[in-house]
Design a protein around this ligand. Structure first.
Ligand code: TRP
Length: 344
């Protein structure tokens, strides 16, 4: 043996991501995730799932869960994901996620999970009352990704740490089981327009489904009147819009609204500023409302149309689940063999 670096993964490039079916989807999810997924499906083999197994790490009403899965699926489709191109499926319909997660639970170290900041935030003051699943959530996430040997994972900034953990698990598995190029070390794709959509009430906080104020976000299912009203009420400052991005520094609300306009219109913030420089929010907000209604209206309408026909959504999910199970099978079989399980 020479002491070369271990052979690196050389399989095909693949995109994988998922959204939890908990709470309504908003503009931040749309621009930062869904639109990105739809773009990536034209560049690489793409797997997009609904993370219902992650959702139940905190309580979900069993009467609502399946419909929430359908709603996320409707949002995927309304945002341009094409079930003929991308594999769209419910996580819980592919048991291999849970099987691989168990093996990874035995690869990941307690110390690695102890560092996860999202668990600290989500478990709050009483971590002894959090579910064990919430603690080991990032390990399931690693299984989601590595089961399909995904190389590119479009996610928000808040998921960076989980992607680092995924790479640590992949590297330790490859090393421990002497299969140096078995799992890829996937990259997080966190950049792009719409990756930093902030609250309409506070330009320093991310737009979030857990914000108690519904006025802080534009939900995909908000009716046009409500979208316009929320933009009218959005927090701003009294200054007119400047000419350059530099002059927007220290004005987080102004910066956010310009960023939203740019992302919705497929332009850069600099271009949008050039157009509105010197104008106040009294002039800018109606234009933003018009654009938001023009872009989001059809997405909400298409979601409603799809939700009225759950059988169509279920057909998409069933077909996606079948494709996902097929894609997952060889990785799970080989993993079982590497681990040394009986019969593998
Ligand atoms: N944790 C992700 C979030 O809350 C959702 C998720 C679960 C995910 N598994 C994933 C994202 C795998 C990307 C890849 O946003």
């Amino acid at each position: 043996m020479t002491d070369q670096a271990p052979a690196a993964y050389s399989g095909p490039q693949r995109v994988l991501s998922g959204v939890q079916p908990s709470g309504a989807l908003h503009l931040g999810n749309y621009l930062g995730a869904l639109v990105k997924f739809a773009r990536l499906q034209h560049e690489m083999d793409t797997f997009i799932f609904v993370a219902d197994m992650h959702a139940i790490t905190v309580w979900q009403d069993p009467k609502l869960l399946a419909n929430q899965v359908r709603e996320i699926t409707a949002a995927y489709l309304a945002s341009g994901l094409d079930p003929e191109k991308a594999t769209i499926f419910p996580q819980s319909a592919v048991p291999a996620h849970a099987e691989l997660a168990w093996i990874f639970n035995c690869v990941a170290r307690l110390g690695w999970l102890d560092r996860m900041t999202q668990f600290k935030e989500k478990s709050g003051k009483h971590k002894e009352r959090a579910s064990v699943g919430l603690y080991t959530y990032p390990v399931l996430q690693a299984a989601d990704i590595l089961l399909y040997k995904a190389t590119h994972v479009p996610v928000g900034d808040d998921q960076r740490q989980h992607l680092e953990l995924t790479r640590d698990i992949a590297a330790k598995f490859n090393h421990d089981f002497e299969a140096p190029a078995f799992f890829p070390l996937p990259d997080a794709l966190t950049q792009g327009p719409g990756s930093r959509i902030m609250s309409l009430r506070d330009g320093t906080a991310k737009m979030s489904k857990s914000d108690p104020s519904d006025n802080s976000r534009l939900n995909l299912l908000d009716e046009p009147d409500l979208v316009a009203q929320k933009i009218r009420k959005a927090k701003t400052d009294p200054e007119p819009l400047p000419e350059t991005l530099d002059e927007l520094k220290g004005r987080p609300e102004a910066e956010n609204l310009i960023g939203i306009y740019a992302a919705l219109d497929g332009r850069s913030s600099a271009e949008v500023l050039a157009e509105f420089a010197g104008q106040g929010f009294g002039a800018f907000k109606p234009k933003l409302a018009e654009l938001a209604v023009e872009k989001l209206g059809p997405v909400g309408a298409e979601m409603r149309r799809l939700m009225a026909d759950p059988a169509e959504i279920d057909r998409v999910l069933a077909k996606g689940a079948e494709r996902a199970r097929e894609a997952a099978a060889p990785t799970l079989a080989e993993t079982r063999r590497l681990v040394g399980f009986w019969g593998a």
